[in-house]
Design a protein around this ligand. Sequence first.
Ligand SMILES: Cc1cc2nc3c(=O)[nH]c(=O)nc-3n(C[C@H](O)[C@H](O)[C@H](O)COP(=O)(O)O)c2cc1C
Length: 209
Amino acid sequence: MHLSWNDIAAWDRIRRLQLINSITGYKPANLIGTRSSAGIDNLAIFSSVVHLGSNPALLGMITRPDTVPRHTLSNIRDTGYYTINHVSHDIMREAHWTSADWAADQSEFEVLGIASEELDLFSAPFVRDAPVRMAMSLVEELPIKANGTILLIGKLEFVRFPDAALDADGSLNYEQLQSVAISGLDSYHSATRLSKFPYARTQNWKGLQ
Ligand SMILES: Cc1cc2nc3c(=O)[nH]c(=O)nc-3n(C[C@H](O)[C@H](O)[C@H](O)COP(=O)(O)O)c2cc1C
């Protein structure tokens, strides 16, 4: 199939957004935990978390335009803190339902029965059963002029995961962690590692091994 943007633009809205939301391939599944200034905990699934740099450890995520109330965005703006929690097989159903439009005074943790946890006196809530949990502080908010979305840039304050998930080279082992991947806005996948390659340096090239 070959589709020009004009072809796609002529589709109905839902079909178009299904195609474009799934076009980038597999995305990470994360739950963003925040606390409002009134003390209400909030949880929302985001598939747009992205690595921005390792020193300092900066992660970005894209939030939809603030033309309607966005609890995650307003809580992060108000407090400056949030948590990023990987979604595992065990919590993916509940995680998906955090995307519904729950009222500001309803905590998704309570409505959906997702266990929360406080760690190290950090002021935003963590998902107790998430295999990887990160404490983040907001460092920058970048409006994307092209469509009104916003890039939130956060600095990693601390991270927790099971000891067994740390490989000897320092990377996380996803066979151990069982974090899931997302495609589109509605599909959840498990992944198996096909291979792990050495760092690619031209001077080490001897043809494909
Ligand atoms: C699979 C999936 C991925 C999503 N990823 C994002 C995202 O990256 N950014 C975003 O703003 N909303 C995303 N959403 C929508 C939010 O989860 C949804 O708007 C939610 O209601 C926000 O809750 P809040 O108002 O409590 O922040 C996603 C929804 C689903 C189902």
